[in-house]
Design a binder for this molecule. Structure first.
Ligand SMILES: [Zn+2]
Length: 402
């Protein structure tokens, strides 16, 4: 049997926020300094509950872990052996106690009233979830579960930890059976008066009234079961505060009341989609007009620059031009926030070595590119060499057409 004196302070009294004790051992693990204390109010990570933060003297505790039977407090910098005062980051701990005790109640009610057994629990920094052995959980079922949990919160049921021997444990109706491998000695139980009896080593509230509220957020299918997301207590209020502020922002942007926000956003999104399609059609028409204008110009080489245009626009111009002016070659450039682009193209009736023309342009522009057959595309650092590049292409074209 473990006597009360040998239990750590966080287990004897989870509401203790400050403790005078001693540093009895110090060391480093993977370069991180740690301290072992005679007694501690800082909970080491375990059973799905994250570690506490706090202070040893004025040195911050960044992580707490159980290792080889000792609780290692990993600190921001090394601390010395001897007497010390440990302070708990109470806001963080109380949040964990709310989420964790909330999960006990939620799992107990889901199991006892609805027959949905909990198979896993995660306490995240923002939301928590339990995995329930139920294929689907509809909106109505979620509301029924949330209502049943709220009833137990209103009943302000006492939550009590106790330790029992293995023999006593075997004779009790404990909800979640199964102790960790290698478990020795007595068993710690958490009882929610009249609702649940379960094994757990974590820190808990003294009454379900301190949960304030459990809010179910939504579900997700998972390995034949259902993951149910929830928040408890302070997180419910913080989340509601955030949502209210987001809704106020959206009301201003969408000029709609809360009830009309989704419809207003949908209408805006549909309008944007329609306009994007319209812009695409107009861009296609513009590319075609540019190509037809170039096709009407005299000479076997034409050139064009499109400020703000992109690669797909140049390709469209090139495609139309090569089909409508088969005896012409063209040197096209464009500049947009992403950089400078160039393109060399020739129609079927123009016996030009397009790759050679492209490579010449790339060299003069100080850029690079590639292509084969009738099209060469590239990128350049700037447009300074544009006139010179055009001249080089002209030379190559005139050798062919002479
Ligand atoms: Zn627990």
């Amino acid at each position: 049997m473990t006597s009360a004196e040998t239990l750590p302070a966080y287990e004897r009294d989870p509401y203790l926020r400050e403790l005078s004790t001693r540093v009895i051992d110090v060391g480093t693990e993977k370069g991180r300094p740690f301290a072992v204390l005679e007694d501690t109010i800082l909970y080491p990570e375990g059973g799905g509950q994250p570690p506490d933060f706090g202070l040893i003297g004025d040195v911050r505790v960044l992580d707490v872990r159980k290792q080889d039977g000792a609780v290692r407090h990993f600190t921001e910098r090394a601390v010395g052996e001897g007497p010390c005062v440990v302070t708990l980051d109470w806001a963080r701990r109380f949040d964990h106690m709310q989420q964790h005790t909330g999960q006990h109640l939620l799992s107990a009610v889901a199991d006892a009233r609805f027959g949905w057994e909990t198979t896993a629990f995660h306490l995240g920094p923002e939301v928590c979830d339990v995995e329930l052995a139920v294929k689907e959980l509809g909106a109505e079922a979620c509301v029924a579960l949330e209502e049943a949990v709220a009833g137990e919160i209103r009943s302000a049921r006492a939550v009590r930890p106790r330790r029992v021997s293995r023999e006593e444990y075997a004779a009790l109706a404990v909800r979640s059976r199964g102790l960790p491998d290698g478990h020795e000695g007595d068993v710690r139980l958490i009882e929610i008066d009249g609702v649940d009896l379960n094994t757990c080593g974590g820190t808990h509230l003294a009454s379900t009234a301190e949960l304030e509220a459990v809010a179910l957020l939504g579900t997700e299918s998972l390995r034949g079961g259902t993951r149910l997301f929830f928040v408890v207590g302070g997180r419910v209020r913080a989340r509601l505060r955030d949502r209210e502020s987001q809704a106020a922002g959206l009301r201003k942007i969408l000029l709609a009341p809360d009830a009309g926000l989704v419809a207003a956003a949908e209408a805006l999104s549909a309008k944007a989609l329609l306009e994007a399609k319209n812009v695409e059609r107009l861009t296609e028409q513009l590319a075609e007009l540019v190509a037809l204008e170039l096709a009407g110009k005299p000479g076997s080489l034409v050139d064009w620059h499109g400020e703000g245009r992109d690669a797909s626009f140049l390709s469209r111009v090139a495609r139309t031009l090569s089909l409508t002016a088969k005896e012409k070659a063209a040197f096209l450039t464009a500049r947009n926030p992403a950089g400078v682009l160039f393109l060399v193209v020739a129609g079927d009736g123009m016996p030009a070595d397009v790759p050679a023309m492209g490579r010449a342009a790339a060299e003069v522009l100080g850029g690079r590119g590639g292509g084969s057959g009738r099209l060469f595309q590239g990128k350049a650092p700037g447009l300074d060499g544009r006139e010179a590049a055009l001249k080089r292409i002209e030379e190559i074209v005139s050798q062919i057409t002479d």
